[in-house]
Design a protein around this ligand. Structure first.
Ligand code: DX5
Ligand code: ZN
Length: 221
């Protein structure tokens, strides 16, 4: 097991969109240190969520770490607004066609963390040349666009592979999984090198005690 801190990052997409500040408060008062914010454009994924104004308004309620996941056809065009809105980390997908290196470096130059994301059916070879430029690699364990889908176990062979490369090359990025994650997935994820587990539906449907237990399995292992 590595000495990287393990974390459960609740995904606010599964919260109450008429009162996201409350959903944020639930995670924060549970003691979570990260919150995952999903930004969808209706093009890269077949759904819409919320934009920089919502992120900025949530920022004024909390200093929790904002893990912002951009599911956008042109993520490089929206980096500045999300930096201004108060993101602590911005993850951008590998699949669309834009200058990934330039976008990743723009995020870092703003003094926040960057991340690269891949879909379940995207091969990892495109990731390899970027590994020394990223703070986080996010593996989608569902096809992005909607919460409440089923976890795709096969993705863990990729997290394992990337975790091996991280070790061999002495790199320090975090490995995150997102989509369909519930308490039953914690062990296989951690065993495959994952550091941060995003959970939306499974987290917000639990009561306070169960949420605490879920997070403790991740964070105390
Ligand atoms: C899916 C989003 C996920 C989603 C996870 O497109 O990127 O972050 O909120 O939600 P669950 O845990 O419900 O799959
Ligand atoms: Zn996400």
């Amino acid at each position: 097991m590595s000495d990287r801190i393990k974390r459960l990052a609740p995904s606010i997409l599964a919260g109450n969109h008429a009162n996201l500040a409350d959903s944020l408060q639930i995670a924060e008062s549970d003691g979570r240190e990260w919150i995952h914010l999903d930004i969808m454009d209706g093009h890269f994924v077949p759904n819409l969520s919320f934009g920089p104004q919502t992120v900025a308004d949530l920022r004024s309620h909390s200093s929790i770490f904002f893990d912002v996941h951009l599911m956008l056809e042109q993520p490089d065009r929206y980096i500045d607004p999300f930096i201004k809105a108060g993101a602590d980390l911005i993850s951008i997908h590998l699949e669309p066609d834009y200058d990934h290196s330039a976008a990743l470096s723009k995020i870092r130059q703003a003094g926040i963390k960057n991340g690269i994301v891949i879909n379940p059916d995207t091969p990892i070879n495109g990731l390899i040349p970027l590994l020394d430029q990223v703070d986080l690699v996010l593996f989608m364990t569902v096809f992005p666009g909607f919460g409440g889908q089923k976890f795709i176990h096969e993705v863990l062979s990729k997290t394992e592979e990337i975790s091996e490369i991280r070790k061999k090359q002495n790199l320090n990025f975090l490995i995150e999984v997102d989509g369909g994650v519930g308490p039953d997935h914690v062990k296989p994820c951690l065993d495959s090198g994952v550091d941060v587990l995003v959970a939306g539906t499974a987290y917000y449907k639990l009561d306070r005690f169960e949420r605490k237990q879920f997070a403790e399995v991740v964070e105390k292992s």
